[in-house]
Write a protein that binds this ligand. Structure first.
Ligand SMILES: [Zn+2]
Length: 440
């Protein structure tokens, strides 16, 4: 059986995660793990296998005697729901293989990565490969809903075992068009850090009563004034190391003044700030952002609501503390009560000088010779953040080429991965792992 068929089989399991864990169909998760075990007999007979809880899987490829710090490779096998079957060229859990693609929810995000790693391991075991350091692989089952029972539990297990890692590799970057960065060719973006996600609810009080005799400002009016104030006064832009590394990395591919500005981002930040703020993606790399996502107020058209509340999702730039963000909201001097619904700060920046990054970069040059390896800041969230206390460096990169359209399909309709991309992923992982062989 080929890798594509094994991935197709993996897609057929409805391993959908929900914030309400009660809604999860754990029989599918169990069946998925049994399927994986059956599909990779060499891996499961020769590597150490450990389950953390019932649904998280850890594999250890022991080196024998090495005292080098291990590497960790992670992926998640839960998927987001596929609510509308309409608009899918093939049903979302069919795993159909057609037009050189494997179709279905999770075919890309992130079962491809898990299958890619397992395929690479199966290849290496066939070559009698023995690593020069312990290699760990960890697969969580709830990344899409925060990783609380997955990556968080796995990290806790590692901590109990007093294990720490020199590097972790997760999803979060890929090879894509460099247009957002003003680069003509492709870029292979490797996430060195990621923003935190915090959620706050602000509640405003006002007079109750009949709408025919209103006060000057109702609770809704107070809330609206606050929202406008925050939106009009974004947090100050700041240059952090991962973004600085990104700009410096692009510099040689630009000409004249542009190149000069990019190669000294600190000095020319006043110019770069203006340029990067024009694109939503790059703008988000410069500051902690606030997005008001929900509001609640009022029950009837002619009754003044006593309270109005709004929810803000705050994406915290590495280096900004949660306390600073709270103080910043209070500095607007509006009268509200805050409830913290989710509290998470950004991660620290990983190094571009580590051995792991050097090897990653070498593999990018070899497998994607047309792409420029570029460090960057991940503005979303990945499981790797849960390992931050036990790893020296976290890198986020899926070795495949994605288009804008493929990206939007990942959580949308018609998700697929091309067989070409899947094979590339396997070759890339195998190459990266081989570099940690005892004979290298
Ligand atoms: Zn994912």
């Amino acid at each position: 059986m080929k890798a594509a068929e094994r991935l197709s089989g993996a897609v057929k399991f409805k391993t959908v995660s929900y914030s309400d864990y009660e809604k999860m169909d754990f029989a599918e998760f169990s069946a998925f793990l049994s399927y994986i075990e059956k599909s990779y007999p060499e891996v499961f007979s020769r590597l150490e296998v450990k389950r953390v809880g019932e649904y998280n899987l850890i594999l250890r490829f022991p080196s024998g005697s090495s005292s080098k710090k291990p590497y960790l490779f992670i992926a998640h096998y839960d998927v987001v729901p596929a609510i509308e079957e309409e608009g899918w060229p093939h049903p979302p859990f069919s795993g159909a293989i057609e037009e050189g693609k494997i179709w279905g929810r999770g075919s890309f995000d992130d079962k491809a990565s898990m299958i890619g790693l397992l395929e690479a391991l199966e290849l290496l075991l066939g070559e009698n490969f023995i690593p020069c350091r312990d290699l760990y692989f960890a697969f969580g089952h709830d990344e899409e809903v925060g990783g609380v029972r997955g990556a968080v539990e796995i990290a806790k297990y590692f901590k109990e075992k007093k294990l720490s890692f020199e590097a972790v590799l997760d999803e979060g970057g890929a090879v894509s068009s460099g247009s957002a960065l003003g680069i003509e060719g492709d870029v292979a973006v490797v996430g060195l850090a990621e923003k935190g996600s915090s959620t706050l609810r602000f509640t405003f009080s006002g007079d109750e009563g009949h709408s025919s005799t209103p006060p000057k400002h109702t609770s809704i009016g107070k809330m609206a004034a606050f929202i406008k104030d925050v939106e009009d006064h974004p947090r100050q832009a700041r240059l952090i190391p991962s973004v600085e590394a990104m700009l410096r990395g692009i510099a040689p591919y630009k000409n004249g003044f542009e190149s000069r500005v990019l190669s000294d981002p600190d000095k020319y930040f006043f110019i770069l700030k203006r340029i990067l703020s024009k694109n939503k993606q790059t703008a988000a790399m410069l500051r902690t952002t606030v997005a008001f996502t929900m509001t609640e107020a009022g029950q009837a058209q002619n009754v003044l609501p006593r309270t109005a509340s709004c929810v803000a999702n705050v994406r915290v730039l590495p280096g900004d503390s949660f306390e600073e963000i709270m103080a910043w909201f209070y500095s607007f001097k509006h009268d509200f009560k805050i409830d913290v619904l989710l509290k998470e700060e950004g991660t620290t920046d990983s190094s571009v000088k580590s051995r792991f990054y050097t090897q990653l970069e070498a593999c990018i040059h070899r497998h994607f010779p047309e792409a420029l390896p570029t460090p960057y800041l991940v503005t979303g969230g990945t499981d790797s953040r849960h390992y931050k206390d036990i790893v020296d460096n976290s890198y986020r990169f899926l070795p495949c080429r994605v288009t804008e359209e493929e990206l939007s399909r990942m959580h949308g309709r018609g998700e697929y991965i091309s067989i070409e991309n899947l094979n590339k992923m396997i070759e890339f992982y195998a190459d990266l792992l081989r570099r940690e062989g005892q004979n290298v």
